[in-house]
Write a protein that binds this ligand. Structure first.
Ligand code: DGJ
Length: 749
């Protein structure tokens, strides 16, 4: 049965999710209205509803005399401005006559099986038409000739809806797009708590909540990337919503550049929820016949609290956003040399590190920054990709890669393709290839400039260099980094009146390069990175099965970062590594088991000088690698349940349950402890209440050692309990000492 139903008597569309409905109506005037996004209702359920009402000072519908039909009180989808709706529009234009009016009325309505692709942009997809249906609504502005085709894809057995649109100029004059948000919808009240993921470099995606107030609450990026500072995501939580219970409405943008996400509470207490490309400095010229494709927004409604929202995003993203042979493949255990050596390495040192990596159970060795050009530090060399530093790497990449392969590990390599150092041969040959404004200084960040990847000749040159290197040695992995934000966003290829396109064209250029990577090197696993998690977004997940979550590798700091990231993005998409103590970002010392336990929750690996460790520590690491290998299917394919929130507790706890509910891993990490404290009651979730589980407990006990550093001894125990007891009564967690991790491995008997 189709997931999209039309109720003919009233022209109402019901987009039917697993437990939710999203209801739209084409009004007799042709305006598209939003009637409901909430618990599932059946066609006909909302015939009685009038989406507008008469209020003083409201402007009648354009050309109309009925004061009862006013755009400013109308509950709208795809709102525009200039003729009576004074709230924030989804789309804005400047017409050939200089006016800003866009009066969109529905002119065609269709349902298609499956889901169409988005030209040049990342998006969710289907593998078979039967997996989804798409409602296609065509709206037109008769005066200007603007035609907007809205797409709503409903995924079967899911509460996710993908929205996007494309605008074609079917008129005879030019059209300038000034606002191109991907989704907008109006909700009937403002009694919501807004949840956003905000932070900074090394402190990405911290969960922040606050009540809505009249006016606009927003998060955005003007940095040319989705950014460390805010994520392109917002959720609205109904009163009393928790991790497990209550209603959540969420929007997430499948895009990696400037974005805006906002909730506007209007004078009547309605909430307009929107997400899309940031209108800041954005314009797009559409000559007659030209088309603009807006990025996709993914909307999720949960009636099972934040946990339900996250699981809906995780299921969709790990199976129908991530692509390619690595989508379902087990993630390798990696050793990356960055925090082990920084720029100070040579072939022999790297091979010793790789050999130690093999000893601790790694599958992959990744050579990070510093292997090319004149790159002894971060002040030079970016762009000189084909000049391998033979002083450091005699025999070049081939000798190193083959040496790594001989140890039984695959070889991976770091690139930062979007950048150029002013001190580089590339820059000396092509000083005009970076984003810059002629006659003005070029602002450097980390001593580097951003290439104008909107230009095809720049992309082709970079791609040529990358392919030369990728074919020069057995390279099975690429870490694709991006280490500064965009300034002087101006492109030589555009005339002055089109410079508002430069930032989006840069992003389209990055996607084009990533698409080439995906097409031409499908056997290469490509990891995303942007100074850690500065571009951790759904757009990037279409090209990268996983992303380096943060440059902060401290296990305790990572609890909050990974907790926030998991709100939207699956655990399989988060690269997490065991790093050294004292930790390089915060100086903290945490037990190895805790570091391994926290890193285990994502794509697991090591990023520290293994050669500086004792044989005992390396033996313990090997056990951690083996344990992760035996459990990674749970993190990759299982359902996540967050049990204790590290933003508000001294504990973080979560569990992953296999799809068949016959296996689960519960993890709890104690942050700072306190004296004489209560035990943490931990009710488990997602288990089968009727089954009995064998529970293997593993925790650490701190052994004080008279004046010296404390050391830790593992404690193991086994018991059996029913799923109903584990969920209804739960565990009682008691872990003495700071930064202690405990796990419970459940297997159904
Ligand atoms: C930033 C990344 O996040 C690090 O992991 C490392 O690759 C450096 N860049 C290298 O310059």
């Amino acid at each position: 049965m189709t997931t999209i139903l039309r109720h003919d008597p009233t022209g109402t569309w019901f987009l039917q999710g697993a437990t939710s409905s999203y209801v739209l109506r084409v009004e007799p005037s042709g305006h598209l209205t939003h009637l409901h996004w909430g618990p599932r209702v059946e066609p006909g359920a909302i015939d009685w509803f009038t989406p507008t009402f008469d209020r003083a000072f409201c402007i009648n519908e354009p050309g109309g005399r009925d004061s009862g039909f006013a755009l400013d009180t109308l509950s709208r989808e795809a709102p525009t401005g200039g003729n009576g709706d004074f709230r924030a529009p989804m789309l804005g234009v400047v017409n050939a006559d200089g006016s800003h009016i866009l009066d969109l009325r529905v002119v065609a309505q269709e349902i298609h099986a499956g889901k169409p692709r988005l030209d040049g942009l990342p998006a969710t997809y289907v593998e078979r038409e039967a997996e989804a249906d798409t409602l296609v609504l065509t709206l037109a502005d008769r005066s200007s000739g603007a035609e907007v085709v809205l797409h709503y894809t409903v995924f079967r057995d899911s509460d996710a809806i993908a929205r996007s649109w494309r605008l074609t100029n079917r008129g005879s004059g030019s059209l300038r797009l000034t606002r191109a948000l991907s989704a907008s919808l109006d909700l009937p009240h403002c009694n919501w708590t807004l949840l956003q993921l905000s932070g900074a470099w090394a402190r990405e995606r911290q969960v922040v909540t606050h009540a809505l107030v009249p006016g606009i609450s927003s998060v955005e990026s003007r940095r040319g990337t989705s950014s460390h500072q805010h994520n392109p995501f917002l959720a609205l939580l109904a009163p009393g919503t928790t991790e497990e219970h209550g209603e959540v409405l969420a929007v997430n943008l499948v895009y990696s550049g400037n974005f805006l996400a906002q909730a506007e509470v209007d004078q009547y207490g309605h909430t307009r929820l929107q997400i899309g490309i940031n209108p800041h400095e954005f314009t797009w010229e559409l000559t007659p016949g030209a088309t603009f494709q807006a990025p996709e927004a993914v909307l999720v409604r949960s009636g099972e609290g934040l946990g339900g929202m996250s699981r809906a995003y995780h299921r969709l993203y790990r199976s129908r956003l991530v692509r390619g042979p690595f989508r379902d493949a087990p993630r390798p255990v990696l050793i990356n040399n960055w925090e082990a050596t920084y720029f100070n390495f040579d072939t022999e040192k790297l091979l010793r590190l790789a050999a130690a990596g093999a000893e601790v159970g790694c599958d992959l060795f990744v050579l990070d920054d510093g292997w090319f050009g004149k790159r002894e530090g971060d002040r030079s060399g970016l762009g000189d990709w084909t000049t391998v530093n033979l002083a450091k790497l005699p025999g070049g990449l081939q000798r190193l890669a083959e040496g790594v392969n001989a140890l039984g590990l695959r070889f991976g390599l770091w690139f930062e393709p979007e950048m150029v150092s002013p001190d580089s041969d590339l820059y000396r040959a092509h000083p005009d290839w970076c984003l810059h404004v002629p006659g003005r200084p070029r602002s450097e960040g980390r001593s580097q400039l951003v290439l104008d990847l909107g230009r095809a000749e720049v992309r082709d040159h970079i791609w040529g260099m990358m392919t030369t290197i990728l074919r020069s040695a057995p390279i099975g992995f690429v870490k694709w980094d991006m280490n500064r934000h965009l300034t002087e966003v101006w492109s030589r290829q555009l005339p002055p009146h089109r410079q508002g396109e430069a930032a989006h064209r840069f992003m389209l250029g990055v996607y084009d390069l990533l698409e080439r990577m995906h097409r031409e090197f499908p056997e290469v696993l490509v990891e995303g990175c942007s100074g850690g998690g500065g571009r951790f977004d759904a757009g990037m997940l279409h090209y990268h099965p996983y992303i380096w979550t943060s440059d902060n590798s401290d296990a305790i700091e990572r609890l909050r970062i990974q907790h926030g990231t998991s709100m939207v993005y699956p655990l399989s998409s988060m690269d997490a590594n065991v790093s050294a103590i004292p930790n390089h970002q915060v100086g903290r010392r945490t037990p190895l088991t805790t570091r391994a336990t926290v890193a285990s929750t994502g794509a697991f690996g090591y990023q520290l000088d293994l050669l500086a460790l004792s044989a005992d520590e390396r033996a313990e690491m090997r056990q951690h690698s083996e344990r992760w290998r035996s459990l990674r299917h749970l993190f990759h394919h299982g359902d996540l349940h967050r049990l204790a929130d590290p933003m508000t507790n001294r504990w973080a706890a979560w569990m992953c349950v296999s799809p068949a509910r016959d296996e689960a891993l519960v993890t709890c990490v104690r942050m700072l402890t306190e004296a004489n404290t209560a035990r943490l009651p931990l009710r488990l979730r997602g288990l089968d209440p009727a089954r009995t589980y064998r529970v293997q407990v593993e925790t650490l006990r701190e052994i004080p050692s008279g004046g010296g550093a404390a050391h830790h001894a593992p404690v193991h125990a086994v018991f059996t309990a029913s799923g109903s007891a584990l969920m209804g009564i739960g565990l009682r967690v008691d872990s003495p000492g700071d930064f202690i991790a405990s796990t419970w491995h459940l297997t159904a008997v």
